[in-house]
Design a protein around this ligand. Structure first.
Ligand SMILES: *Cc1c(COP(=O)(O)O)cnc(C)c1O
Length: 360
């Protein structure tokens, strides 16, 4: 028998997820849609870094669908006992096709050649590319798709599309896509599902002639558009603690490259969060952490496992630090400082950083 590995009790930093905030965000997003419109909670990318299984459990019974990127993510949810509809956005192939049947997953058909691959009886929706420019059937191929479906015994019950620019409130492209989607929808049975709205679509381009909306980033508390939104509460906080505090003399430098030099005497604090944990290294010099009651600037290059802070006063080792969260930077602020988007910042927090869930 192999040796059992000890579960590490050390926790350098951890992510705290407020499941109640996610529930409230889902309720609010739902209130923006017409009565009877169903909601799909998008939990791909481990629920944008929040922990897919726990988020799905917290939303079970509150949404009618979950959306994931691939079959592996879907099977994880089924194994955790999630019984709602699960849509797999990704492309089925010969190897994964049986899993759609075994786990009762809804496939997305984004190419006519995928239709014969899927086992009889599998549920599917048709994805049309109305302007996203990624996956999807060409809008002028409706006849071809309908013919291919006649030869098949899969159960298609919806059509869908996706917006690339819905975070822009003035997007003309999005308006055009809505029109095109309506034209395509008219060629399929009226009782089928129709869905195209992501969070930006719900917030800025909502049209009530859809049966379902698919929200990701909004559920986690962020408006993808130009401004934060009070009605949405960010659900994720990233916390750590000071592991060391030592005196720093004017003229001393901090971290690799010796690029930061103390302009006065003070204290050097070390916090065990670095780029191996998913903190972008290019946030060096651009952010502060919340340490106890104070905001202290990140000084010197962010390293693989540590960030250093400068303080005028000594700080007790063990003092709590908030890297990201309600009382400090939110993910939008960090993403902007890092030159990326909230989605990437959140999903790049490493899987090794434990997720802790505030109970609902
Ligand atoms: C990720 C994704 C969504 C959710 O997008 P948000 O902008 O996070 O709301 C919806 N639909 C599809 C197909 C997606 O891939």
């Amino acid at each position: 028998m192999g040796q059992l590995k000890k579960v590490p009790v050390t926790r350098h930093s951890y992510v705290e997820v407020d499941l109640q905030a996610i529930q409230n965000n889902v309720t609010w997003l739902g209130s923006l849609t017409a009565a009877g419109t169903r909601q799909m909670a998008v939990v791909k990318g481990d629920a944008y870094g929040h922990g897919a299984v726990e988020v799905a459990r917290a939303l079970s019974g509150k949404v009618s669908w979950f959306g994931v990127a691939n079959v592996a993510e879907a099977v994880e949810l089924r194994n955790a006992g999630i019984s709602e509809n699960i849509m797999v956005f990704g492309v089925p192939d010969e190897e994964t096709a049986p899993l759609y049947e075994n786990h009762n997953l809804t496939a997305v058909i984004s190419h006519p050649e995928l239709i014969p691959i899927l086992p009889d009886g599998v549920n599917a929706h048709l994805l049309f590319d109305t302007g996203m420019g990624r996956l999807g059937l060409q809008p002028d191929k409706v006849d071809e798709v309908q013919n291919a479906l006649k030869q098949s015994n899969i159960r298609v019950s919806g059509i869908m599309s996706h917006f690339p620019c819905s975070d822009d409130p003035d997007s003309a492209k999005t308006k055009h896509q809505l029109e095109l989607f309506r034209e395509i929808s008219a060629r399929f049975p009226a009782e089928w599902d129709r869905h195209i709205h992501n969070t930006g679509g719900i917030l800025y381009h909502y049209e009530s002639d859809v049966t379902l909306v698919r929200h990701g980033i909004g559920m986690y508390g962020y408006d993808p558009g130009p401004n934060p939104r009070d009605e949405l509460t960010p659900a994720l906080s990233w916390k750590s603690k000071v592991v060391q505090c030592k005196p720093l003399k004017k003229g001393q430098t901090i971290s690799y490259g010796a690029r930061w030099e103390a302009d006065r005497d003070g204290w050097l604090l070390t916090v065990p969060v670095g780029y191996a944990d998913g903190l972008p290294r290019n946030l060096t010099g651009k952010i502060s952490y919340r340490v106890g009651e104070n905001e202290l600037p990140v000084c010197g290059t962010i390293t693989m496992d540590y960030t250093m802070l400068f303080s005028d006063d000594p700080v007790e080792p063990g003092t709590p630090v908030t890297v990201l969260g309600a009382e400090a930077n939110d993910a939008r602020i960090l993403a902007e400082a890092s030159g990326t988007i909230t989605y990437e910042l959140l999903t790049r927090i490493a899987a090794k950083v434990p997720r802790v869930f505030k109970q609902v």
